[in-house]
Design a protein around this ligand. Structure first.
Ligand code: ADE
Length: 252
């Protein structure tokens, strides 16, 4: 898919990998500060891009996505980062590419059906098919080429790429009870995080294609805080760099 300027977002620096360093190595990078965030404008593996860190949560993500579209002229947005695994077969080290996103903590009932975004008439927002296909292809290639090294260096066994529903909320899921409540309420949810559905809603409202790719850092259970922190510090950047570089080179 052809974009004039792709917006690339993550919540935390580890989730962006070496992208900004790569942009600096490739040429001039202009940095603009807005709303306590830095936006890096330059060439990302051959594609004109604006790259930024949203920080954590739906409000932060929505505000950042809005700025990408309205101030920085992004005509498509890709979000990369980590997530907790929700469906039982989605394991730490797997990659999930969202087909659709929804807010698992949105509840304006009985005024509106549970999960529905009031006055938008929908709970789920589709990710852009072409962008998501390209991200999934990049994730497949990354795992095919680097899977052996991942297993050796990080003890991540046979990672897989999944496609499906990603759910977002302003809550870090870190207990058996919270995880099973989520599985019961939304049986098709593959992974949980704190930004994706907010970005998907902003993009839907403005007719901008978006896609979300997440590496599973934890099982959203009591061990999640430790697993998340370890994954973030030691592995997340390897995944993001590996997937983004392949995605961007193929798109450029
Ligand atoms: N991001 C990564 N792991 C998560 C979890 N367990 N809950 C919410 N967001 C997450």
């Amino acid at each position: 898919m052809k974009t004039k300027r792709l917006g690339i977002m993550a919540a935390l620096p580890q989730e962006l990998g070496d992208l900004i360093a790569q942009m600096r190595a490739a040429g001039e990078v202009r940095t603009v500060t807005l709303g306590q965030r830095e936006y890096y404008i330059g060439d990302a593996h051959g594609l004109p891009a604006v790259v930024t860190l949203a920080r954590i949560g739906k409000v932060a993500a929505a505000a950042t996505a809005s700025a990408l579209v309205h101030v920085f002229d992004a005509d498509a947005i890709v979000f990369t980062g980590v997530a907790g695994g929700v469906r039982a077969d989605v394991q730490v080290g797997d990659v999930v590419v969202a087909d659709a996103l929804m807010q698992h903590d949105l509840d304006a009932s009985p005024l509106f059906p549970r999960y529905e975004v009031p006055l938008l008439d929908r709970a789920r927002f589709d990710a852009d098919r072409a962008l998501s296909d390209a991200l999934a292809a990049a994730a497949d290639a990354f795992i095919a080429e680097e899977g052996g090294a991942l297993a050796e260096r990080f003890a991540v066994a046979a990672p897989r790429v999944h496609r499906g529903l990603v759910v977002s909320g302003d809550r870090f899921i870190a207990s058996h009870d919270a995880l099973f409540a989520l599985r019961d309420a939304l049986p098709d949810a593959l992974a949980v995080e704190m930004e994706g559905a907010a970005i998907a809603q902003v993009c839907y409202e403005h007719g901008v294609p978006c896609a979300v790719v997440r590496t599973i850092s934890d099982a959203a259970d009591a061990a999640a805080p430790l697993s998340f922190t370890e994954f973030l510090t030691s592995i997340a950047a390897t995944y993001s760099s590996g997937i983004l570089s392949r995605f961007l080179r193929a798109a450029g």
